[in-house]
Design a protein around this ligand. Structure first.
Ligand code: NOJ
Length: 734
């Protein structure tokens, strides 16, 4: 439709129809099935809803969706939008977001989102509530499993890549979907790590560390943004004018659609900042929020009332509705409301094969080897291997978001994966060994566990197998019931029942490899003493065990790098590398009073941000700068030689960090990641890696919240992780 036609359409709508566009319903309102992903509210308006509603949330039945669209269009000129939580893949399930961040491979990340868009568009989905780019430095928060880690720069790159992947060249294409970046803003920074809790943060920290990933999505033309559940400095994010209007709309120029999170509009009343939902409706409109997910507040009852009483004008309503119509128009729904129902068959088998190959590649690229004593990995193809642990019983290495619908591909069990490699000639045994969760965990839904009633028997079998094996591969970790939404924990540990089994196995055989499944950084201090090799695999998705076998048997080398600092103890969180010097800093491990430290553990993480080993080794040398003076508006080049001095080919992720040594404007972090390059380097090969340094990379929000870089001294570090200081050079900004 042309602009003019859209305007005419808008003008032809009644108030009820306009408000309907701003209302997002669960399919249950129409007696249809769908995933319920929040507290179900019976009290939403249902009057005439089928005729006027603008969008549907989380419906997963393509035939019924199509029928609903047909039914709706009998009454309405405006097609429905179908919006779903497609978080780490649709049919093909990819590793979870922190794992994708761990790839440090923006092209691959974009490709996963591209595939997800193709698969979900063919099913009839128009919008995904992804990417979630909430920076989090507190691993107690259960939703760190959905974000891209602790680092602002890495998360911003991931944010951009995901949006570009979902939205492709143009939203007009029928294999692209609109992305919705969330949760605006600061949802990942609740002050005690508990999901939904409040956030209080300085404007400077918010702008320097937390807002850039949302901004990166906006700069990549993201179609939608979702407000957050939390308050920001005392005001619910959903009605926080400073973030929603001053920053998002006015400063960043975002003119896409803004949507509340599930029921967050109604929560303004519980927060005690409004008298009633009609007042919330008015505030939402003033915040330029266009759609109310779950429709609690945007309905005739409250929004209609606000219009009637004059606190909301028709012009304000029109502005919101126009943004929604524009999105429907961009997606091409007016020309063909059924264009997204091409069906799964529209994706050819050869495309599917390619999707699986990318998912499999992502497993090695995201899995992070943090320990490999005695080169226990890779395992020779003729060894006796005992696979032990509760994940032996799992073939669905995915999370809640993939499990809320039946469209996902289910992967192979570990034994099936091993059997699919004809050249593996060793002896392989499999034993669950122990339950997945300790009995004392209070969970509303207890996961099924085959060894629940026979734990002793399984343990005995596992120990017998361990005794006979050359190598043990423990498949263990954090059950997905312990992370995700409302999945906050005070102890970020592996269930004790699994650790107890590991101790017993270690007593009979020390050649232990742990493949860890996790949704958050976990405390691995004891585990790192009991295992010789550790691969952190997160939740690797539908190609999980195939990808894991690729690494275990040396067909690929794990090449992930950690997107979070992994603590030594739970009490260290929030933990992140980009700290500011305090004046009480002191060398690690020496006892002194009056220095910055814990009494009972070191300051440093067990494994730092950016860390990861490989089956080979890399040596860095010859760091050199094209000039030690950077003039504003110009660039200098820094280069370094990276040589593969080991026996395997492999990827190295070369990381560039900068320290602003002195800043009178405000104290600056000891280090910040500013660039990286993931390079494939053959055994014996040396590559020169070059980066440009520009003034823009040195800018930050100062104490007056001005975006600036100050003249003076900087240090550039190039290395293999955030604590690697071995190669650095100084330069000056003039
Ligand atoms: C609530 C979650 O916070 C959000 O991320 C999700 O997209 C919505 N529910 C819809 O399921």
């Amino acid at each position: 439709m042309t602009k003019h036609e859209l305007k005419e359409l808008l003008n032809s709508l009644t108030l009820k129809e306009k408000i309907g566009q701003m209302f997002q319903a669960l399919p249950h309102i129409f007696g249809e099935d769908g995933a319920i992903t929040g507290i179900f509210d019976e009290n939403v308006e249902t009057d005439d809803i089928i005729a006027t509603v603008g969008s549907i949330l989380n419906m997963y039945d393509t035939e019924r969706m199509k029928k609903l669209q047909e039914q709706h269009l009998k009454y309405s000129k405006i097609p429905l939008l179908f919006m779903n939580d497609i978080i780490h893949g649709f049919n093909t399930i990819f590793p979870i977001s922190p794992a994708l961040a761990a790839t440090f491979n923006p092209r691959l990340i974009k490709e996963t989102a591209r595939i997800t868009a193709k698969e979900s568009a063919a099913f009839g989905i128009n919008v995904t509530f992804s990417p979630m780019v909430d920076i989090s430095r507190d691993a107690r928060w259960g939703r760190v499993c959905e974000g891209y880690g602790e680092d602002t720069y890495l998360s911003s790159i991931c944010s951009k890549s995901m949006v570009e992947g979902y939205q492709g060249e143009s939203l007009q294409n029928d294999d692209t979907i609109a992305a919705c970046v969330k949760h605006f803003a600061l949802y990942g920074a609740p002050y005690d790590g508990r999901d939904y809790n409040n956030v209080d943060m300085s404007e400077r920290m918010m702008r320097n560390d937390y807002l850039p990933p949302y901004k990166a999505a906006v700069d990549a033309n993201v179609a939608m943004i979702m407000t957050a559940f939390n308050t920001i400095n005392g005001t619910p994010a959903t009605i926080n004018h400073h973030t929603n209007v001053d920053i998002l709309r006015d400063e960043w120029g975002f003119d896409g659609v803004s949507i509340t999170d599930y029921g967050s509009a109604k929560m303004c009343l519980s927060a005690g900042v409004v008298d009633n939902h009609t007042e919330t409706a008015q505030l939402l409109i003033e915040n330029k929020v266009d759609i109310d997910m779950m429709g609690g507040v945007y309905g005739l009852k409250y929004l209609g009332e606000a219009v009637k009483s004059g606190t909301v004008s028709i012009e304000q309503i029109d502005e919101c509705v126009m943004r929604i119509l524009k999105l429907k128009n961009k997606l091409g729904l007016f020309e063909n409301p059924y264009k997204y129902f091409k069906g799964s068959d529209s994706i050819s088998e050869s495309e599917r094969v390619n999707h699986r190959a990318i998912a499999r590649q992502s497993v090695s690229e995201s899995s992070t080897l943090v320990k490999n004593d005695d080169s226990l990995l890779p395992i020779a193809k003729d060894k006796k291997v005992a696979f032990i642990g509760p994940f032996v019983e799992k073939n669905d290495l995915t999370t809640h978001w993939a499990q809320i619908h039946g469209e996902r591909e289910i992967g192979l069990y570990i034994n099936e994966a091993v059997n699919s490699f004809p050249e593996l000639k060793g002896e392989y045994s499999y034993s669950i060994g122990c339950p997945y969760l300790s009995d004392d965990k209070e969970l509303s839904e207890k996961p099924e566990n085959p060894c629940e009633n026979n734990a002793k028997l399984y343990e005995k079998e596992a120990i017998e197998q361990a005794k006979k094996a050359d190598t043990i591969v423990m498949l263990m970790g954090e059950p997905h019931e312990l992370f995700g939404e409302s999945g906050s924990r005070t102890e970020i540990t592996i269930p004790e029942v699994q650790m107890a089994l590991l101790r017993k196995i270690n007593e009979v055989n020390k050649n232990i490899v742990v493949v860890l499944f996790n949704g958050r950084p976990l405390v691995l201090s004891e585990l790192s003493e009991l295992a010789k090799s550790i691969i952190i695999s997160w939740y690797p998705g539908s190609q999980g065990y195939l990808g894991i076998c690729d690494m275990l048997f040396g067909y690929t080398s794990p090449s992930g790098r950690l997107p979070f600092s992994f603590p030594r103890k739970s009490g260290q969180v929030p933990l992140f590398y980009s700290n500011i010097a305090t004046g009480h800093d002191h060398p690690e491990g020496q006892f002194h009073k009056y220095v910055l430290r814990y009494i009972d553990t070191l300051n440093s993480p067990l494994y730092p941000f950016g860390y990861g080993l490989s089956y080979t080794e890399f040596e860095y040398s010859n760091l050199s700068l094209s000039s030690s003076t950077l003039k504003r508006g110009e660039k200098i080049t820094v280069s370094i030689d990276v040589e593969n001095i080991g026996n395997h080919d492999g990827f190295e992720t070369v990381q560039l960090y900068i320290r602003d040594v002195k800043s009178r404007l405000v104290a600056r972090p000891l280090k910040e990641l500013k660039a990286f390059e993931k390079k494939f380097i053959k055994s014996g090969e040396k590559k020169t890696v070059k980066f440009e340094i520009a003034e823009e990379m040195l800018k930050f929000y100062d104490k007056d919240c001005k975006f600036n870089a100050e003249n003076g001294e900087f240090i550039v570090y190039i290395g293999s992780h955030s604590l690697d200081d071995s190669n650095s050079a100084n330069f000056e900004l003039v």
